[in-house]
Design a protein around this ligand. Structure first.
Ligand code: SF4
Length: 330
């Protein structure tokens, strides 16, 4: 069994992309018996514009969403990044071995810098170093990631090697674990599904609300009429079917699409019905959890304590390897 780390920004409610691409995999790893650390990364969220008035609410809603979607805080350590100050302490130490050139080549940095032109802050630039610190603080061996995180994880591995060569300290090199669906695009069929891009379906939307979005969602552009042969393998709606629809029905849909025997409208209706079946129990659990905010706070507090005990040990070792003075006998 491995030690697993993953984080998610407190964007409020989970959306289908988070669930399909990451959180369902988190739950699976937990069920497999790995030692899992799952973190709501509010320090990361600070690199983008946000309203401080609603940050706390978003953290609590995200925690409720994660638990509703299958993360059991008894079997995984669920906590908030800013409750463990060692994250930023280790990030600083890792920064001293991270080349600027590597950071400036990160695709996500370039994309975000383009999108938030007036706010290209140092935190945004150093984001992958904080991400490396998140993982290494817990000596994470396995990191469930989507395709878009592959480059950051490769950089984390590079940082491990550089730190070893500079200070002789041995972090494990974290390995990626890809879920069943590496990348779910948004409803526009172009970009990754993301709240900031407004192309999401949230986990709590009703069947009617979802239908309003699915109805106009991008499919295979080759299909103008129902009789046009389609290509499910390039269609984002079909990617969603691969998660929500049983294999036999899915294959029937793919075959009918290729022969031009099913319209996109019907295909989306069937997806929506499958989503309703799958998401209804999650929605019920989410609503129940939000009735008791103080319980959510307690769970996060306990998770923070468990995480911090591990984080403090790691930082103690790293400080010693880096030759930093210890005046407190830490
Ligand atoms: Fe996509 Fe379904 Fe339309 Fe085929 S029938 S192009 S899989 S939405």
């Amino acid at each position: 069994m491995s030690r697993v780390f993953s984080g998610i920004q407190p964007s409020g409610e989970l959306h289908i992309g988070n669930y399909v691409g990451a959180v369902s995999e988190w739950a699976r790893l937990m069920d497999e018996g790995h030692e899992c650390y799952y973190c709501i990364v509010d320090y990361h969220a600070m690199t983008q514009p946000y309203d401080p008035e609603i940050m706390e609410k978003r953290v609590l809603e995200m925690a409720a969403g994660l638990m509703a979607a299958g993360i059991d805080p008894e079997r995984a350590v669920l906590f908030v990044q800013s409750q463990v100050p060692e994250h930023t302490e280790l990030a600083w130490m890792l920064m001293t071995v991270t080349p600027m050139g590597e950071l400036s080549r990160q695709t996500q940095y370039k994309d975000k810098a383009r999108r938030q032109e007036g706010n290209v802050n140092v935190g945004l630039f150093a984001y992958p170093v904080l991400q490396a610190a998140d993982i290494l603080l817990y000596k994470g061996e396995l990191v469930p990631v989507g395709e878009d995180q592959r480059q950051h994880l490769e950089l984390a591995r590079e940082i491990v090697r550089k730190f070893r060569s500079r200070f002789g300290y041995e972090f494990p090199e974290p390995q990626p674990r890809f879920g069943r669906i590496k990348r779910l695009k948004g409803l526009d069929g172009r970009d990754k599904m993301s709240k900031s891009l407004g192309n999401t379906i949230t986990l709590t939307e009703t069947e009617d609300q979802r239908w309003e979005k699915l109805r106009t969602a991008f499919t295979d552009p080759a299909r103008v009429r129902k009789s046009d042969p389609g290509h499910p393998e390039i269609c984002n709606i079909y990617t969603m079917h691969t998660f929500f629809t049983p294999e036999e029905e899915r294959e029937e849909i793919a075959g009918a699409c290729r022969k031009g025997e099913i319209g996109c409208f019907e295909c989306k209706k069937r997806l929506n019905a499958r989503m309703t079946e799958h998401l209804a129990p999650i929605q019920d659990r989410y609503a129940d959890l939000l009735k008791n905010i103080s319980d959510i706070r307690d769970i996060l507090r306990q998770g923070g304590k468990r995480a911090r005990a591990v984080a403090q040990e790691t930082v103690k070792e790293v400080r010693s390897a880096a030759g930093l003075i210890d005046l407190e006998g830490r």
